[in-house]
Design a protein around this ligand. Structure first.
Ligand code: ZN
Ligand code: MN
Length: 507
């Protein structure tokens, strides 16, 4: 008999899982390409639009329509494969993956089966400091293949899910948008680090996709979707257990949490003497648990066969080598170069990478900020806000250019760090540019002697004992008067100038 521990809360503490079991991870990531048109027709591949306006007979699967492969999508697939150290097939075909679902108008997905365009690669994944002391894990890449996206179903009703819906709507704008599915080999031997390895892999894969410029790669918009496969085997057995596949985990943090949760749940099922059911599972962001989806189909259920309406893809070696020449700098070498240029310590660099802030810091520096200042904002104030909002740093509504401008205002003496936080408040509230926010909220530091003099004189008058001390040469007492002036001016006084004025008046 099989059972699922499901949402009943039967979990084994994480440390105990590791005493008895070895985890095996596998990650499948779907990347939606940013091509102008769809995979097999000329419809726009742009996100959104009025429902069912980016459609034509081909992507609607109407009888007699003929697909044509998007060259740019093949190019992106090859570049992704090369960046992942894959072999590029000299000849490969598309295949029909047959199944019925209302968001897939053709009743099959055009995908690749036993002839993927990219195969047998690897990516080196660096773990953040606290998880593995900067350790690098080599993740094997089984394949990266081309396919198309499905449409989007909206289930209308109280649950938002198909069960209990009053009715469902379907929008085919997304149907046929090019996808690259990247599948790892089983990742073994990571033990307690399995959740961190999964997170770091998806995060660094996203960095790579961004560097290649082939996708917007926004997890919150579904441009990059991760499925997490996990199984447990008895410790030291060297076997592979039955796996579950948790679908569409939509943030790095959730990838980590989903692995951890499934390890604890699998252990509970196995401890009870039952078998793990091979199935897909849903991730619940709010409660941090997975629940049973559908029993996982075996490949043969899909009755794959070569797509008869498309010619095979046979990329010439000349073209492949040309594309190799367009690859961005290798991420490991790039990290070493940036660390050198920025003068970051190993720890600072690892924390920056681990926080998913490398490219954000890079762009902020490119926009004119000093590296340490860029790091300070992204890993401090902005990381805290991203955490509060439950989003990734890259998905915050603050751009590297904004951060660089805020820092420039600090450097110019127009605001200080404390006022800068209020500028960020304004940026998150959509109040315009940093300069506009400083003006509209009246945040600029006052260094004008006229305004400061009046406040200084008021502070002296209100604190005669302190003033006497300063007159007697106890200069350190000036701090109390500076504090009084700052309070009066809501933190917006130029503290250095205030000090000078106090000493001038009492000197
Ligand atoms: Zn179309
Ligand atoms: Mn797929």
């Amino acid at each position: 008999m099989t059972m699922t521990a499901d949402d009943k809360g039967a979990l084994v503490p994480f440390d105990e899982v590791l005493e008895r079991y070895d985890p095996a991870l596998g990650l499948e990531v779907h990347v939606e390409l940013n091509t102008a048109t769809k995979m097999f027709c000329g419809c726009p591949a742009a996100f959104g639009g009025e429902p069912n306006t980016h459609v034509c007979p081909t992507c609607l699967g109407l009888p007699g329509s003929m697909p044509v492969v998007n060259r740019k999508a093949v190019e992106s697939a090859i570049r992704i494969g090369l960046a992942l150290n894959c072999q590029i097939a000299e000849w490969c075909r598309f295949a029909r993956k047959n199944y019925f679902y209302p968001d897939m108008p053709k009743n099959f997905q055009t995908s690749q089966y036993d002839e993927p365009i990219c195969f047998d690669g690897w990516m080196d994944v660096t773990l953040p400091d606290q998880e593995g002391d900067g350790e690098t894990v080599r993740v094997g890449i089984e394949r990266a293949h081309m396919e198309e996206d499905t449409g989007k179903s909206t289930h209308v009703g109280t649950t938002g899910r198909i069960h209990g819906a009053d009715y469902s709507l379907v929008d085919y704008n997304r149907a046929g948008i090019p996808l690259i599915e990247i599948v790892t080999k089983p990742i073994l031997g990571t033990g307690a680090k399995a959740p961190a390895v999964a997170r770091a892999y998806v995060s660094q894969l996203r960095d790579l996709i961004v560097a290649l410029g082939v996708s917007e790669a926004r997890m919150d918009q579904g441009n990059l979707r991760a499925d997490v496969n996990l199984s447990l085997a008895p410790k030291g057995s060297g076997t592979l257990g039955t796996r579950t596949e948790t679908k569409n985990v939509n943030s790095f943090r959730s990838v980590e949490r989903a692995v951890r949760y499934e390890m604890q749940r699998h252990a509970a099922v196995l401890d009870s003497g039952s078998g793990v059911l091979q199935e897909t599972r849903h991730w619940h962001e709010d409660t941090g648990i997975t629940t049973s989806g559908r029993e996982k189909s075996d490949a043969e259920d899909y009755r794959y066969f070569p797509e008869p309406d498309l010619v095979p893809i046979a990329p010439s070696r000349t073209w492949v080598e040309e594309l190799r020449g367009t690859l961005p700098e290798n991420p490991t070498e790039k990290r070493a170069r940036l660390q050198e240029e920025w003068g970051f310590s190993d720890l600072e660099m690892r924390d920056t990478v681990g926080a998913g802030a490398l490219s954000l810091v890079e762009e902020t520096v490119a926009a004119g900020a000093a590296p340490q200042a860029a790091r300070k904002w992204w890993l401090g104030e902005l990381a805290r806000r991203a955490n509060d909002q439950g989003v990734e740093l890259a998905d915050l509504s603050v751009s590297p250019a904004d951060v660089a401008r805020v820092q420039a205002l600090v450097d110019e003496g127009a605001i200080n760090d404390k006022l800068a936080r209020q500028v960020f408040d304004g940026l998150f509230a959509g109040e315009g540019t940093p300069d506009a926010i400083v003006a509209a909220r009246g945040l600029a530091i006052v260094s004008d002697d006229g305004a400061l003099s009046a406040a200084v004189e008021a502070a002296i008058a209100a604190n005669p004992d302190v003033a006497d001390k300063i007159r007697d040469g106890k200069v350190a007492a000036a701090g109390a008067l500076i504090g009084a002036v700052m309070k009066e001016m809501r933190g917006q006084a130029d503290a250095a100038r205030v000090r000078e004025l106090i000493l001038e008046k009492l000197g």
